[in-house]
Design a protein around this ligand. Structure first.
Ligand SMILES: [Mg+2]
Length: 327
């Protein structure tokens, strides 16, 4: 059990024997890992399902991310997609492609990261597959429970709604910028926000309970993701001046932004992968804890045509979106 022990030193069964006991479990699992397939309870009669892939050297690099980080991130981004529908993630299926020279400790670390990220939602890893390959590939499929509620779609926003956000903005992008510049020590908390994003996943269900009209998680940047709601709903969205609506997010970014010569607004508006919940609510709705109003929704006219996103009434001058790093 040393760091020198490599994946190729173990049979698939031996590797699974190390990996499987570390995986998170849950009461909704009727038949767990070890059979040909798992069986999971779906008391709602429906389940939410989504999938995501992480590829080494495209979505993460091993010199920056530990196995724990990658396991955490793989679980969180899938659980965030469930949350964004107004559901709670219940079960994950995790498939791994592993290079033969990968330390076994990376794989067990990965399982611990998965388990830690799933703990807050009570989600289980119920199965998966292992294969060999040139690079690490992590494919996660998640299932979520709506508990009888209607799913919250991107297309339900109406003129007059408010746009609200729960979570943090820009931190993951700032952390990536610090790593890219080779100065992670300038703000380790921002680097952690990139390596292990920790969105308020419960905010998805609470937004649904509070009557959210549309929702998604901010994975590709506020402007781009707000634009997805605007287009799907046929409305225009005007973001409030972030200096007034999210001053605490700007303040957290200030030091790193100054050091790197970056306008922190760019990270707020275009930084992806913080996975906070972006939702619209009818006027007068009582926003659930953690949500703050960051924009308004209108039918759109003139420069604010349907599908358009403006910032304090102006067309934003920053690049409109975040492409996944090295992507
Ligand atoms: Mg999403």
């Amino acid at each position: 059990m040393t760091d020198q022990e490599l994946v190729r030193d173990l049979s698939e069964e031996q590797l699974l024997a190390r990996f499987t006991p570390l995986l998170p479990t849950a009461g909704s699992t009727l038949v767990g890992p070890g059979d040909d397939a798992a069986v999971v309870a779906a008391p709602d009669g429906r389940f939410v399902v989504s999938t995501d892939v992480l590829v080494e050297d495209r979505h993460f690099i091993r010199t920056w991310s530990t196995g724990y980080d990658v396991g955490w991130r793989a679980a969180v981004q899938n659980l965030a997609d469930c949350a964004a529908m107004g559901s709670r993630g219940t079960s994950l299926v995790v498939s791994l492609v592993l290079p033969s020279d990968l330390p076994v400790s990376w794989v067990t670390d990965f399982a611990r990261g998965l388990a830690a990220a799933c703990a807050g939602q009570g989600a289980a890893v119920v199965g998966g597959d292992l294969s060999g390959g040139e690079k690490i590939v992590v494919a996660v499929t998640v299932h979520g429970d709506l508990a009888g509620r209607a799913p919250v779609l991107r297309s339900g926003a109406s003129a007059g709604d408010v746009l609200a956000h729960a979570g943090v903005l820009g931190r993951s992008a700032a952390g990536l910028a610090l790593l890219t510049a080779g100065v992670p020590e300038l703000d380790p908390a921002l680097v952690t926000a990139f390596l292990r994003p920790d969105p308020p996943l419960d905010a998805g269900v609470s937004a649904s309970l509070a009557g959210a009209t549309a929702m998604l998680d901010v994975s590709d940047g506020l402007l781009r993701d707000a634009g997805r709601i605007a287009r799907a709903s046929g409305v225009s969205i005007d973001l409030l001046d972030p200096a007034r609506s999210v001053p605490e997010d700007l303040a957290v970014l200030e030091g790193a932004a100054t050091e790197l010569g970056v306008d922190p607004l760019t990270w707020i508006l275009t930084g992806g992968e913080d996975h906070g919940m972006l939702a619209t609510f009818a006027p007068g709705a009582v926003l659930p804890q953690g949500f703050r109003v960051i924009g308004t929704v209108s039918a759109g006219d003139g420069p604010r045509a349907p599908g358009r996103v403006t910032v304090a009434g102006e067309t934003p001058v920053v690049a409109p979106g975040w492409d996944h790093f090295a992507g």
